[in-house]
Design a protein around this ligand. Structure first.
Ligand code: GLN
Length: 315
Protein backbone atom coordinates (compact mmCIF):
# COMPACT_ATOMS: atom_id res chain seq x y z
CA UNK A 1 0.00 0.00 0.00
CA UNK A 2 1.10 3.54 -0.76
CA UNK A 3 0.21 4.53 2.83
CA UNK A 4 1.29 1.46 4.83
CA UNK A 5 -0.12 2.39 8.23
CA UNK A 6 -3.43 3.67 7.01
CA UNK A 7 -5.14 3.73 10.42
CA UNK A 8 -2.36 5.77 11.94
CA UNK A 9 -2.71 8.14 9.02
CA UNK A 10 -6.50 8.44 9.36
CA UNK A 11 -6.25 8.96 13.13
CA UNK A 12 -4.21 12.05 12.41
CA UNK A 13 -6.69 13.11 9.70
CA UNK A 14 -9.45 12.86 12.35
CA UNK A 15 -7.59 15.21 14.68
CA UNK A 16 -6.98 17.79 11.95
CA UNK A 17 -10.58 17.48 10.76
CA UNK A 18 -12.07 18.25 14.19
CA UNK A 19 -9.59 21.04 14.79
CA UNK A 20 -10.76 22.70 11.54
CA UNK A 21 -14.41 22.08 12.47
CA UNK A 22 -13.94 24.40 15.48
CA UNK A 23 -12.99 27.26 13.16
CA UNK A 24 -16.17 29.26 12.57
CA UNK A 25 -14.63 32.13 10.59
CA UNK A 26 -15.61 33.02 7.04
CA UNK A 27 -18.75 34.01 5.17
CA UNK A 28 -21.06 32.16 2.80
CA UNK A 29 -20.87 33.15 -0.86
CA UNK A 30 -23.88 35.30 -1.56
CA UNK A 31 -23.65 36.32 -5.20
CA UNK A 32 -25.24 33.05 -6.30
CA UNK A 33 -28.41 33.02 -4.16
CA UNK A 34 -28.74 29.23 -4.03
CA UNK A 35 -25.26 28.91 -2.51
CA UNK A 36 -26.16 31.29 0.32
CA UNK A 37 -28.50 28.57 1.59
CA UNK A 38 -25.74 26.16 2.57
CA UNK A 39 -25.37 25.43 6.28
CA UNK A 40 -22.18 27.15 7.55
CA UNK A 41 -21.65 24.23 9.96
CA UNK A 42 -21.25 21.72 7.12
CA UNK A 43 -17.80 20.16 6.92
CA UNK A 44 -16.93 17.01 5.05
CA UNK A 45 -13.77 15.38 3.84
CA UNK A 46 -12.81 12.33 1.82
CA UNK A 47 -9.51 10.70 0.92
CA UNK A 48 -8.80 8.25 -1.89
CA UNK A 49 -5.29 6.94 -2.46
CA UNK A 50 -3.84 5.93 -5.82
CA UNK A 51 -4.23 2.31 -4.72
CA UNK A 52 -7.84 2.81 -3.72
CA UNK A 53 -7.70 3.13 0.08
CA UNK A 54 -10.64 5.26 1.16
CA UNK A 55 -11.57 7.33 4.18
CA UNK A 56 -14.26 9.92 4.78
CA UNK A 57 -15.54 12.09 7.58
CA UNK A 58 -18.39 14.47 8.41
CA UNK A 59 -20.71 15.58 5.60
CA UNK A 60 -18.80 13.68 2.94
CA UNK A 61 -21.97 12.43 1.25
CA UNK A 62 -23.84 15.74 1.06
CA UNK A 63 -24.32 16.72 -2.58
CA UNK A 64 -22.59 20.00 -3.42
CA UNK A 65 -21.90 21.82 -6.64
CA UNK A 66 -18.55 21.67 -8.25
CA UNK A 67 -18.36 25.36 -9.29
CA UNK A 68 -14.78 26.38 -10.16
CA UNK A 69 -13.44 22.92 -9.42
CA UNK A 70 -14.82 22.04 -12.85
CA UNK A 71 -12.24 24.36 -14.43
CA UNK A 72 -9.16 22.10 -14.22
CA UNK A 73 -11.27 19.14 -15.36
CA UNK A 74 -12.64 20.90 -18.44
CA UNK A 75 -9.11 22.11 -19.22
CA UNK A 76 -7.75 18.55 -18.93
CA UNK A 77 -10.47 17.24 -21.26
CA UNK A 78 -9.76 19.93 -23.85
CA UNK A 79 -6.02 19.19 -23.66
CA UNK A 80 -6.75 15.52 -24.21
CA UNK A 81 -8.73 16.37 -27.31
CA UNK A 82 -6.65 19.15 -28.89
CA UNK A 83 -3.18 19.06 -27.30
CA UNK A 84 -1.45 21.94 -25.50
CA UNK A 85 -0.25 23.79 -28.63
CA UNK A 86 -3.77 24.40 -29.92
CA UNK A 87 -5.29 25.00 -26.47
CA UNK A 88 -2.69 27.62 -25.54
CA UNK A 89 -3.34 29.65 -28.65
CA UNK A 90 -6.54 30.56 -26.81
CA UNK A 91 -5.47 30.75 -23.17
CA UNK A 92 -2.29 31.60 -21.23
CA UNK A 93 -0.41 29.89 -18.40
CA UNK A 94 0.20 32.82 -16.07
CA UNK A 95 -1.53 33.59 -12.79
CA UNK A 96 -3.65 36.69 -13.42
CA UNK A 97 -2.88 38.37 -10.10
CA UNK A 98 -6.53 39.42 -10.09
CA UNK A 99 -9.85 38.04 -8.92
CA UNK A 100 -11.28 35.08 -10.86
CA UNK A 101 -13.94 37.19 -12.56
CA UNK A 102 -11.92 40.30 -13.45
CA UNK A 103 -12.42 41.66 -16.95
CA UNK A 104 -8.89 41.48 -18.29
CA UNK A 105 -6.86 39.69 -20.93
CA UNK A 106 -3.10 39.10 -21.29
CA UNK A 107 -0.78 40.90 -23.73
CA UNK A 108 -1.79 38.44 -26.47
CA UNK A 109 -5.47 39.16 -25.82
CA UNK A 110 -6.08 35.75 -24.28
CA UNK A 111 -7.49 34.97 -20.83
CA UNK A 112 -4.57 34.63 -18.40
CA UNK A 113 -5.18 30.95 -17.64
CA UNK A 114 -7.92 28.29 -17.71
CA UNK A 115 -8.57 28.52 -13.92
CA UNK A 116 -10.22 31.96 -14.10
CA UNK A 117 -13.75 32.44 -15.45
CA UNK A 118 -12.73 33.95 -18.79
CA UNK A 119 -10.32 31.07 -19.49
CA UNK A 120 -12.86 28.47 -18.41
CA UNK A 121 -15.50 29.94 -20.74
CA UNK A 122 -13.05 29.62 -23.63
CA UNK A 123 -12.40 25.98 -22.62
CA UNK A 124 -16.17 25.42 -22.74
CA UNK A 125 -16.17 26.71 -26.32
CA UNK A 126 -13.22 24.48 -27.31
CA UNK A 127 -14.59 21.27 -25.76
CA UNK A 128 -15.99 19.04 -28.53
CA UNK A 129 -16.57 22.01 -30.85
CA UNK A 130 -18.35 20.04 -33.54
CA UNK A 131 -20.99 18.66 -31.17
CA UNK A 132 -24.32 20.24 -30.35
CA UNK A 133 -24.69 21.57 -26.83
CA UNK A 134 -26.65 18.59 -25.50
CA UNK A 135 -23.99 16.16 -26.68
CA UNK A 136 -21.28 18.40 -25.22
CA UNK A 137 -23.06 18.25 -21.86
CA UNK A 138 -23.35 14.45 -22.06
CA UNK A 139 -19.71 14.15 -23.01
CA UNK A 140 -18.68 16.18 -19.95
CA UNK A 141 -20.92 14.17 -17.60
CA UNK A 142 -19.61 10.91 -18.99
CA UNK A 143 -15.98 12.00 -18.52
CA UNK A 144 -16.70 13.16 -14.96
CA UNK A 145 -18.35 9.81 -14.24
CA UNK A 146 -15.23 8.05 -15.48
CA UNK A 147 -12.92 10.33 -13.48
CA UNK A 148 -14.97 9.60 -10.33
CA UNK A 149 -15.11 5.84 -10.85
CA UNK A 150 -18.90 6.04 -11.49
CA UNK A 151 -19.63 7.63 -8.12
CA UNK A 152 -22.03 10.52 -7.47
CA UNK A 153 -22.07 12.99 -10.38
CA UNK A 154 -25.32 14.82 -11.00
CA UNK A 155 -26.69 18.23 -11.94
CA UNK A 156 -28.35 20.90 -9.81
CA UNK A 157 -30.84 22.78 -11.94
CA UNK A 158 -31.78 25.40 -9.35
CA UNK A 159 -28.12 26.38 -8.96
CA UNK A 160 -27.85 26.61 -12.74
CA UNK A 161 -30.94 28.85 -12.98
CA UNK A 162 -29.85 30.95 -10.01
CA UNK A 163 -26.39 31.39 -11.44
CA UNK A 164 -27.62 32.30 -14.90
CA UNK A 165 -29.99 34.87 -13.47
CA UNK A 166 -27.20 36.63 -11.60
CA UNK A 167 -24.46 36.30 -14.20
CA UNK A 168 -24.03 39.90 -15.31
CA UNK A 169 -20.28 39.71 -14.80
CA UNK A 170 -19.90 36.50 -16.78
CA UNK A 171 -21.97 37.96 -19.62
CA UNK A 172 -19.76 41.08 -19.52
CA UNK A 173 -16.66 38.85 -19.67
CA UNK A 174 -18.16 36.95 -22.57
CA UNK A 175 -18.89 40.07 -24.61
CA UNK A 176 -15.49 41.54 -23.81
CA UNK A 177 -13.86 38.36 -25.11
CA UNK A 178 -16.11 38.32 -28.15
CA UNK A 179 -15.11 41.90 -28.94
CA UNK A 180 -11.46 40.85 -28.65
CA UNK A 181 -11.94 37.77 -30.84
CA UNK A 182 -10.93 35.32 -28.13
CA UNK A 183 -13.36 32.60 -29.18
CA UNK A 184 -12.85 29.92 -31.81
CA UNK A 185 -14.78 30.56 -35.03
CA UNK A 186 -18.46 29.72 -34.96
CA UNK A 187 -18.93 30.11 -31.18
CA UNK A 188 -22.47 30.93 -30.08
CA UNK A 189 -21.77 33.11 -27.03
CA UNK A 190 -25.05 32.61 -25.19
CA UNK A 191 -25.00 28.88 -25.72
CA UNK A 192 -21.43 28.65 -24.42
CA UNK A 193 -22.14 30.80 -21.35
CA UNK A 194 -25.09 28.53 -20.57
CA UNK A 195 -22.80 25.55 -20.95
CA UNK A 196 -20.28 27.17 -18.58
CA UNK A 197 -23.02 27.75 -15.95
CA UNK A 198 -24.10 24.14 -16.38
CA UNK A 199 -20.59 22.81 -15.84
CA UNK A 200 -20.41 24.90 -12.62
CA UNK A 201 -23.76 23.41 -11.50
CA UNK A 202 -22.62 19.81 -11.73
CA UNK A 203 -23.18 18.12 -8.41
CA UNK A 204 -20.80 15.75 -6.65
CA UNK A 205 -19.89 14.90 -3.06
CA UNK A 206 -16.62 14.69 -1.14
CA UNK A 207 -16.31 10.98 -1.88
CA UNK A 208 -16.74 11.22 -5.65
CA UNK A 209 -14.59 14.36 -5.60
CA UNK A 210 -11.81 12.49 -3.79
CA UNK A 211 -11.81 9.81 -6.50
CA UNK A 212 -11.53 12.52 -9.18
CA UNK A 213 -8.59 14.06 -7.29
CA UNK A 214 -7.05 10.59 -6.95
CA UNK A 215 -7.40 10.02 -10.71
CA UNK A 216 -5.40 13.23 -11.18
CA UNK A 217 -2.86 12.05 -8.58
CA UNK A 218 -2.61 8.80 -10.52
CA UNK A 219 -1.80 10.33 -13.93
CA UNK A 220 -5.29 9.94 -15.38
CA UNK A 221 -6.02 6.32 -14.44
CA UNK A 222 -8.97 6.02 -12.06
CA UNK A 223 -7.74 4.10 -8.99
CA UNK A 224 -11.09 2.48 -8.23
CA UNK A 225 -11.90 1.19 -11.74
CA UNK A 226 -8.45 1.02 -13.37
CA UNK A 227 -9.81 2.89 -16.40
CA UNK A 228 -7.48 5.24 -18.24
CA UNK A 229 -9.58 8.40 -18.54
CA UNK A 230 -7.04 11.04 -19.59
CA UNK A 231 -3.49 11.03 -20.94
CA UNK A 232 -0.68 11.68 -18.43
CA UNK A 233 0.49 14.85 -20.26
CA UNK A 234 -2.96 16.42 -19.73
CA UNK A 235 -2.74 15.70 -16.02
CA UNK A 236 0.78 17.09 -15.82
CA UNK A 237 -0.26 20.38 -17.46
CA UNK A 238 -3.44 20.58 -15.37
CA UNK A 239 -1.60 20.01 -12.08
CA UNK A 240 0.99 22.63 -13.06
CA UNK A 241 -1.70 25.25 -13.50
CA UNK A 242 -3.58 24.14 -10.38
CA UNK A 243 -0.36 24.71 -8.43
CA UNK A 244 0.19 28.22 -9.82
CA UNK A 245 -3.40 29.39 -10.32
CA UNK A 246 -5.82 27.04 -8.51
CA UNK A 247 -6.59 28.96 -5.32
CA UNK A 248 -7.54 32.41 -6.66
CA UNK A 249 -5.37 35.21 -5.32
CA UNK A 250 -4.07 32.94 -2.59
CA UNK A 251 -2.39 30.65 -5.15
CA UNK A 252 1.13 31.92 -4.50
CA UNK A 253 0.77 31.58 -0.75
CA UNK A 254 -0.86 28.17 -1.09
CA UNK A 255 1.97 26.94 -3.34
CA UNK A 256 4.43 28.28 -0.76
CA UNK A 257 2.78 26.88 2.35
CA UNK A 258 1.14 23.69 1.08
CA UNK A 259 3.19 23.07 -2.06
CA UNK A 260 0.50 20.94 -3.72
CA UNK A 261 -1.86 21.45 -6.66
CA UNK A 262 -5.35 22.34 -5.48
CA UNK A 263 -8.52 23.90 -6.82
CA UNK A 264 -11.21 25.64 -4.85
CA UNK A 265 -14.75 26.60 -5.76
CA UNK A 266 -17.21 29.19 -4.47
CA UNK A 267 -19.37 26.35 -3.09
CA UNK A 268 -16.65 25.87 -0.43
CA UNK A 269 -15.00 22.81 -1.92
CA UNK A 270 -11.27 22.23 -2.28
CA UNK A 271 -9.85 19.47 -4.41
CA UNK A 272 -6.27 18.68 -3.35
CA UNK A 273 -3.88 16.41 -5.22
CA UNK A 274 -0.87 14.71 -3.66
CA UNK A 275 0.77 13.43 -6.88
CA UNK A 276 1.41 9.68 -6.88
CA UNK A 277 -0.16 9.35 -3.43
CA UNK A 278 -3.78 10.44 -3.14
CA UNK A 279 -6.61 12.87 -3.72
CA UNK A 280 -8.37 14.73 -0.91
CA UNK A 281 -11.67 16.53 -1.28
CA UNK A 282 -12.87 18.94 1.39
CA UNK A 283 -16.07 20.89 1.66
CA UNK A 284 -17.20 23.62 4.03
CA UNK A 285 -19.20 26.63 2.79
CA UNK A 286 -17.79 29.61 4.77
CA UNK A 287 -15.19 31.38 2.61
CA UNK A 288 -12.28 33.68 3.45
CA UNK A 289 -11.70 36.97 1.72
CA UNK A 290 -9.98 35.25 -1.23
CA UNK A 291 -13.00 32.98 -1.76
CA UNK A 292 -11.40 29.80 -0.40
CA UNK A 293 -13.04 27.56 2.21
CA UNK A 294 -11.75 28.61 5.65
CA UNK A 295 -11.86 25.10 7.11
CA UNK A 296 -10.45 23.60 3.91
CA UNK A 297 -7.43 25.93 3.88
CA UNK A 298 -6.76 25.29 7.56
CA UNK A 299 -6.90 21.54 6.95
CA UNK A 300 -4.50 21.71 3.97
CA UNK A 301 -1.99 23.79 5.92
CA UNK A 302 -2.22 21.53 8.99
CA UNK A 303 -1.85 18.47 6.77
CA UNK A 304 1.58 19.45 5.45
CA UNK A 305 2.66 20.35 8.97
CA UNK A 306 1.89 16.75 9.96
CA UNK A 307 3.10 14.90 6.86
CA UNK A 308 5.84 15.64 4.36
CA UNK A 309 3.51 16.08 1.38
CA UNK A 310 4.85 19.50 0.31
CA UNK A 311 6.54 19.30 -3.11
CA UNK A 312 9.87 20.27 -1.60
CA UNK A 313 9.66 18.45 1.74
CA UNK A 314 12.01 15.64 0.82
CA UNK A 315 15.12 17.52 -0.24
N1 GLN B 1 -19.91 29.75 -11.24
C1 GLN B 1 -19.02 30.67 -10.57
C2 GLN B 1 -18.86 31.93 -11.39
O1 GLN B 1 -18.78 31.86 -12.57
C3 GLN B 1 -17.72 29.97 -10.40
C4 GLN B 1 -16.79 30.79 -9.65
C5 GLN B 1 -16.06 30.08 -8.58
O2 GLN B 1 -16.33 28.95 -8.13
N2 GLN B 1 -15.12 30.81 -8.08
O3 GLN B 1 -18.84 33.03 -10.87
Amino acid sequence: FIIPEFTRFTNRIDELFWRAKANTKGKLASYIPQLARYNPESWGLAVCTVDGQRYSLGDALDPICIQSMSKPLTYAMVLDELGPDVVHQYVGQEPSGQAFNTISLDYKNRPHNPMVNSGAVIMCALLKQGMNIADKFDYNQQKLKQLSGNEHISFNNSVFLSERQTADRNFALGYYMKENQCFPKGTNLHEILDFYFQLCSVELNCESGAVIAATLANGGICPTTGQKVLEPYCIRDTLSLMLSCGMYDYSGQFAFKVGLPGKSGVSGGIMLVVPNVMGIFMWSPPLDHYGNSVRGIQFCEDLVRSFNFHNYDNL
